[in-house]
Design a protein around this ligand. Structure first.
Ligand code: NAD
Length: 715
């Protein structure tokens, strides 16, 4: 007997219609009534709770669609595959859901490539079968269904959606136990309808009419023999009743204003999917693809649009992998396009048409070469070393996204009953027998995270700022920090002792106090000089107010170290009242985690300073994980270390007096990093003032009930 179903829900505290990304939202911006929505949601949860168990994720201000938890991703046993939303407004939701699943012990597996995926909205399991119905054509990319099949080792049957009102498969289709399917035929293209009718016998199919479909009848949560929906006509009720289902209607009009109803509001955590018995029993993917090249006057002669129309008309889709336009009218353009088809047969048909238009098939790509490790801590000679960019590895014809992306790692491939995974590993951590990717075959690096991210960082285009631009850059930094914090993001600060010598310590301490720092990374020097200043008012023996060398001051930093050692730790010295201000004090008081990595020039060191550098690197990596923004303040050593363990896509702001250092740190080939050449004390002074001002302004507008919108995307 099956155990009770479990669902993930998200309270609609911040729910409202704020933007238009589907036809249901048109004309409804600002019209959803919060109180009614809360009541409708509560009633749905009450009904659901009588049949199954509920887990709730905290909603995030500025993400009004987060209550539509079914779009967060797809769960299959212990695997969570996060969504990659088509619209930037919803893209920041993914990190919050991923963090929840990570914290609850799930394996979070990112999809390879750049295709979009809107979670269970477009991926519906047929209960009791290793079969997933995959919607595509409006929100989710067809290629993603190939990846899902490979990751989950299930058969994925793609269905093409053709009506924008039914933009997700779960708005027009609901699989039921016993191989049954409820669906609205008008939402699908003829080929997909033929697929449904070919696979599901007539007696197990229930086609609903437009009234039921537009009332979101198919958008139902099914648990056991209960069918929970916004609406069901008497005819539909009778049909479902004859199949043994008890139909419960929960009105959800306030959510339909945004284009969602019952199913959209709950993500199922307990799908009934049979486990594959052996690793070898792999299910061949239905979705297939082929790379083609075209050259010519692609834009002027309209060849590109003819090509794309041919692909779309055949029910296929495409991804442009590279495009090089001619500089002048008389020059040719060149494009490399991946054609994706819902079946081998359809791929062959469309390729025939494309060849006739002058396209050329590119040799099929090869799988990556894997070589086993023969000595612990030593990679095979031809190992591939990683960059900061998302990397996919081709295994058995499928692309798999590497996890833990960082610079200068090797790629280790692991196999389980659910398929292959790839992770970035450090040379020193390699174990005998682990298989490492070697050579250059079957490796694809996604060098354009900007395309995946929403809004570009405002002053990125400026690159390394000159002094003239510093004031502007500081204000942009403050705004970005406030935005990241408002969206529940993570800000990490890396800082060197120069922060203290230049008088910036007091400002950094205040920024920590304001809640803008979620982890602090530095060395012994930062903490020693901060504590010296907190206890003696000096930095390297110099009085920070008068700028005068204090008599005997050269010993102050050693006395500071001795003081902390006497108390046993920085935290204990703060608790005992021996340290009453400063950066470290604020970190301890506000429970901001910090890591101090040792170096050869350290005095003492302080008890917290990690002289085991491998342990220090691990702790840095742990604190950097999940960061949205990293502020690197005048420490070449620690900033470079952090930069290497940070994947592309994380905003980096590097502040240093030396243009060469800033260029080195900010030049990562990704647009999310920027450099500011200035004195770090001055920078922190102005940043503190800007943040304090913005925090006060925000509090005022918030109190007046008109908080500025935080809907803009982080990624
Ligand atoms: P670093 O050379 O890696 O970085 C210092 C950076 O500060 C340089 O890039 C420099 O250009 C920049 N800089 C100098 N003046 C500046 C200013 N006014 N504004 C902005 N940037 C400025 O050295 P580091 O990170 O300071 O120290 C290296 C290691 O030595 C660290 O681990 C540190 O903890 C340790 N250290 C220990 C002690 C101690 O134990 N007493 C003292 C100092 C440093």
């Amino acid at each position: 007997m099956r155990t009770q179903d479990r669902f993930l829900i998200c309270p609609p505290r911040y729910y409202r219609v704020e933007y238009v990304i589907n036809p249901w939202m048109e004309g409804n911006v600002g019209r959803a009534r919060a109180e009614t929505a809360a009541q409708q949601w509560q009633r749905l949860c009450d009904v659901l709770a009588t049949h199954g168990a509920l887990n709730a994720i905290d909603p995030v201000a500025g993400l009004p669609d987060m209550p539509f938890a079914a779009n967060a991703g797809l769960v299959c046993k212990d695997i969570f595959i996060p969504a990659r939303m088509r619209f930037p407004q919803r893209q920041p939701e993914a990190r919050h859901f991923s963090a929840w699943f990570h914290a609850h012990g799930y394996r979070v597996i990112e999809l390879p490539g750049q295709g979009t995926f809107e979670g269970e909205g477009d991926a519906l399991f047929q209960p009791g079968a290793a079969l997933l119905w995959g919607g595509y054509g409006v929100r989710t990319s067809l290629i993603v269904h190939r990846h899902l099949a490979a990751i989950l080792n299930v058969e994925v049957v793609p269905l093409r959606l053709i009506d924008e009102r039914f933009y997700h498969l779960d708005t027009c289709c609901c699989p039921l136990a016993g191989g049954r399917l409820v669906y609205y035929p008008g939402a699908f293209d003829p080929a997909s309808l033929a697929t449904i009718r070919g696979r599901v016998p007539a007696a197990q199919r229930c086609e609903v009419d437009a009234d039921d479909a537009l009332g979101f009848a198919c958008n139902a949560i099914v648990t056991g023999a209960t069918f929970i929906t916004n609406h069901a006509s008497p005819a539909l009720r009778r049909r479902l009743g004859a199949w043994g289902f008890d139909v419960v209607c929960c009105p959800l009009h306030e959510f339909i204003l945004a284009g969602g109803a019952a199913k959209c509001l709950a993500l199922c955590l307990t799908h009934d999917v049979p486990t594959p018995t052996t690793v070898a029993a792999r299910i061949a993917p239905v979705v297939c693809d082929q790379l083609i090249e075209v050259q010519g006057h692609l834009l002027d002669a309209g060849l590109m649009s003819t090509l794309f129309d041919s692909i779309a008309d055949a029910g296929c889709s495409f991804e442009i992998e590279k495009f090089q336009p001619g500089f002048r009218h008389d020059q040719q353009s060149w494009a490399r396009v991946r054609v994706v088809a819902p079946s081998r047969e359809r791929l062959d048909t469309v390729l025939g048409r494309l060849m006739a238009l002058g396209a050329r098939q590119i040799e099929p790509e090869r799988d990556a070469t894997l070589v086993p490790v023969t000595r612990a801590g030593l990679a095979p000679p031809d190992f591939y070393s990683t960059t900061i960019f998302p990397t996919d590895v081709r295994l058995d014809g499928n692309w798999v996204r590497a996890s833990g992306q960082r610079m200068d790692a090797v790629l280790v491939v692991e196999e389980s009953a659910h398929g292959c995974t790839v992770r970035c590993a450090l040379l020193r951590d390699l174990q005998v027998g682990e298989r490492v990717v070697c050579g250059g075959d079957g490796i694809r690096v996604q060098r354009s995270p900007a395309a995946e991210s929403g809004e570009p960082f405002e002053f990125m285009a400026a690159g390394v700022s000159s002094e003239r631009r510093v004031a502007l850059a500081i204000h942009a930094t403050a705004r970005e920090m406030r935005r990241v914090r408002a969206l529940g993001g993570k800000i990490v600060v890396v800082a060197g002792p120069v922060v203290i010598h230049t008088g910036g310590g007091v400002h950094l301490a205040h920024i920590v106090h304001l809640g803008y720092v979620h982890a602090l990374l530095g060395g012994n020097g930062l903490a020693v000089h901060d504590i010296e200043q907190a206890v003696f008012g000096t930095s390297l023996g110099v009085d920070l107010h008068s700028g005068i060398n204090v008599h005997g001051g050269h010993r102050h930093h050693l006395k500071a170290i001795n003081l902390v050692r006497a108390h046993g730790s920085i935290a204990k010295a703060v608790a005992d009242g021996a340290i009453g201000r400063g950066v470290m004090y604020e970190c301890v008081r506000h429970r901001v985690p910090f890591a101090l990595a040792g170096s050869i020039r350290d005095d003492g060191p302080l008890p917290e300073t990690m002289m085991d550098l491998i342990a220090a690197q691990r702790e840095y990596a742990r604190l950097v994980a999940g960061a949205d923004l990293i502020l690197m303040l005048s420490s070449m050593l620690h900033s470079i270390g952090v930069g290497n363990m940070t994947p592309a896509g994380v905003r980096l702001i590097c502040v240093d007096i030396s243009p060469a250092v800033v260029t080195k740190l900010a030049d990562r080939g990704s647009i999310e990093s920027t450099g500011i050449v200035t004195d770090v004390g001055l920078f922190l002074n102005r940043l503190d003032a800007a943040l304090a001002q913005e925090t006060a302004e925000y509090a005022e507008t918030d109190a007046a009930g008109a908080a500025p919108s935080t809907a803009s995307a982080l990624h």
